[in-house]
Design a protein around this ligand. Structure first.
Ligand code: ADP
Ligand code: MG
Length: 704
């Protein structure tokens, strides 16, 4: 018999996937379920009992004792409440039970999750509902084996309290609108479309022992203090560098855990910054990709601990060193397997592709601020708009080939040619000569066309990708719907499509930019073009409740006004709470660690000055005295900044919750934090390392 590879042996062993269902479910039940999954049709509750039974038997065979409805509240991380399978029997024993009702519906207390005012705390009821489109899986940890059932989470009154529900709604929306367009092109065979998403996940790995010595990493996920080490990332020797043994062994373990969960972990490499790495899975349907990405983040953290390491998912763990993002690769695919964003070899004569391309360009231009918001969290503010990759201004990179087609269309109303890549020749005869891509890459673009998909690069590394994809699906649905309205009425379809493409590209060419997105010239140019530049999350939050956006989300049943308003509140709350925790952590570290350490050091300096003076009155004391003076002066600055930070943090608590408080945290508290950081970081460069109370950037970044 053929021997199976290691990966084949472990792949998806912990997943109740299609193969398992086909094998274990009665045929009619399997057929019905599959039909629901593939065609977005109503779930027949009659089959739930049979599915629950098969799931339970399968899970028990694999050692499970508990099951949980696994969901994604607005905290951005996943939540679970475990129930064991036991039910008492008459004779004092137990049997293992799991009913269809338990599979379909759960009832966690909703009051402890962010609801943004949808629920008062006394109204505690919330429901989780089985999402049969994402397969159940087993989680193994110290608690044993648990059957996890992906679910949506909503309130007693039916509002979404999670990230999954609106994502699923947006997937239905885009499917409906894209199918309308495809019908016009004669594709009656297409019943639905879905979005494919491949998220590339960046992360940092540091030593666990060192991590434990830094309250800032523990409480906030990022360093709030820290001077730059003599070596940063300037040598560019880390990117794609050989992977260190300790990291390699971590990655190996991580891959196995992910494969067991049916996650197609594919690519891994070192990233730009020291101690930074990336993992990319093979893309999947948006919903499953989102669930998988949550599992990837969770597993990264769990496996790191096993290796005496700590995984940092924060967008900016270290100031002055590249931060982490998540490139969200997105495309639209029909149920017949055709990628609607695939241009083919000659995009200029692929009218259907050009129409979908125009739709995405228009959607992104019309909704740049909303997209910016979808990639916002407090951590990502340190990247977007802070002179780092990518910029906060949304623009689209199309590449030479498509940009040329677009210019032809705008200028002459007709595109006649598509530039081709030609051959790549290295000048060495023994190296293979191969055909180049028609287009080079651009690393600085926040929204880049990369061959047959768009890559949305603004998303933060710690974020759920549900939000960004939900927004993308909705804004593109909105344009497709308008396009369909217009084209369905057209007398001459060919002419109408042609005109629509030309008009759309002409109106939205301002959002296309192939140059360097990091440059200052671009910021000025973008302003001239009228593109929004929102530097912070707090600036972007009002987008959620803008009248035209409410209308759009309601039109496609993705989010209601109440849900949008609550999400805006939650965003403000998350921002304020995050900065508040950071400020309090700084206060604690400065008061209990840095200031006492500097006092000890200056005392030892003073002692040594006195000792040297009495031993040798004529000795030159200028070095010690100078150092003592410099440290004391910075110490006084740090103390004053600390007192100010304490004062403004207290003041913040008195502000009205919501926008007012968040703005105060951003403008006043955040500024005060930086004012405290500056003298402390300067002191780190002066004070004897023996006295310094926490591991330095150098220790964290280079000693893994
Ligand atoms: P790069 O670093 O060059 O951007 P990677 O290989 O690291 O490329 O990641 C590309 C990601 O895009 C992978 O997750 C891949 O599966 C995904 N991807 C590839 N094709 C598509 C597609 N048609 N739709 C969505 N995602 C895709
Ligand atoms: Mg990429």
């Amino acid at each position: 018999m053929e021997k199976k590879s290691v990966i084949e042996q472990v792949f998806a062993v912990d997943v109740f996937n299609d193969a398992v269902m086909r094998e274990r479910l009665p045929k009619p039940v399997y057929k019905k379920l599959k039909h629901t999954i593939e065609n977005d049709e109503d779930l027949d509750l009659e089959i739930a009992g049979a599915v629950a039974h098969a799931m339970k038997e399968w899970a028990l065979e694999k050692g499970a004792t508990h099951y949980t409805h696994w969901f994604q509240p607005m905290t951005g991380v996943t939540a679970e409440k475990h129930d064991s399978f036991i039910a008492p029997t008459d004779n004092g024993g137990v049997i293992m039970e799991f009913s269809g009702k338990e599979l379909v519906k759960g009832e966690p207390d909703a009051s402890s999750f962010p609801s943004g005012g949808i629920r008062a705390t006394f109204e505690a009821r919330g429901y989780t509902a089985w999402d049969c489109t994402s397969p159940a899986f087993l989680k193994e940890d110290a608690a044993g084996v648990t059957l996890c059932i992906p679910t949506a989470f909503c309130s007693y009154t039916g509002e979404a309290l999670d990230k999954k529900t609106p994502l699923l709604r947006s997937m239905e929306a885009i499917s409906k609108q894209a199918v309308r367009i495809l019908k016009l092109f004669g594709h009656d065979e297409v019943a639905s479309v879905s979005c494919s998403v491949g998220p590339e996940q960046e992360y940092f790995i540091v030593d666990h022992e060192k991590y434990l010595k830094r309250e800032d990493l523990i409480f906030t996920g990022r360093t709030l203090f820290g001077a730059m080490p003599p070596k940063g990332q300037e040598m560019e020797d880390h990117y794609f560098g050989a992977i260190k043994e300790r990291i390699a062994s971590y990655m190996k373990d991580l891959n196995i855990e992910l494969w067991k969960l049916g996650i197609l972990a594919k690519t891994q490499h070192n990233e730009v910054a020291p101690a930074q790495h990336e993992l990319a899975p093979i893309y999947a349907t948006a919903n499953i990709a989102t669930d998988h990405n949550q599992l990837v983040m969770e597993t990264m953290k769990k496996v790191a601990k096993r290796h005496g390491l700590e995984c940092l998912l924060h967008e900016k763990p270290f100031a002055g060193v590249n931060g982490s993002g998540k490139h969200d690769n997105w495309s639209i695919v029909t149920n017949t397997g055709k990628n609607l964003l695939d241009p083919g070899v000659t995009p200029h004569d692929n009218i259907q592709f050009l129409l979908f391309l125009s739709a995405v360009i228009k959607a992104v231009d019309d909704n740049a601020a909303l997209l910016r918001l979808s990639a916002s969290n407090p951590g990502n503010d340190h990247r977007l708009g802070a002179n780092e990759a990518p910029p906060a201004i949304i623009s689209i990179f199309l590449g030479d080939q498509l940009e040329d087609v677009v210019s032809q269309l705008i200028e002459t109303g007709e595109a006649k040619t598509s530039k081709q890549g030609g051959n790549l020749s290295t000048g060495v005869h023994t190296l293979p000569e191969f055909k180049k891509d028609a287009t080079d890459r651009n690393r600085t673009s926040p929204f880049a066309f990369t061959g047959n998909k768009f890559e949305f690069r603004m998303v933060g590394s710690s974020m759920s990708i549900a939000g960004p994809n939900m927004v993308l699906n909705t804004i593109v649905s909105n344009v497709l719907s308008d396009f369909a309205d217009e084209l369905e009425k057209a007398e001459d379809f060919d002419l109408a499509v042609h005109d629509l493409i030309k008009k759309t590209l002409t109106e939205h060419q301002r959002v296309i930019f192939n140059g360097n997105g990091y440059s200052d010239e671009w910021v000025a140019e973008a302003e001239r073009r009228g593109l929004p530049n929102m530097r912070t999350m707090v600036d972007a939050i009002p987008e959620l409740t803008k009248e035209e956006n409410v209308k759009m989300f309601e039109k496609f049943n993705v989010l209601s006004r109440v849900e949008l308003e609550s999400r805006a509140e939650i965003n403000y709350e998350i921002y304020s709470k995050t900065i508040n925790i950071e400020a309090k952590t700084m206060i604690e570290m400065a008061s209990k660690k840095y200031i006492p350490a500097v006092i000890k050091y200056t005392t030892s300096l003073a002692d040594s000055i006195n000792a040297v003076k009495s031993a040798c009155p004529e000795a030159d004391m200028s070095v010690q005295a100078g150092l003592l003076k410099e440290c004391s002066s910075l110490l006084a600055q740090a103390k004053a900044a600390l007192e100010n930070l304490k004062k403004v943090t207290k003041e913040a608590a008195g502000k009205a919750e919501g926008q007012e408080m968040a703005v105060f945290f951003k403008d006043v508290v955040f500024t005060a934090m930086n004012e405290l950081r500056t003298p402390v970081d300067q002191l780190e460069m002066l004070v004897d390392k023996e006295f310094w109370p926490v591991p330095s950037y150098g220790d964290l970044l280079f000693e893994v």
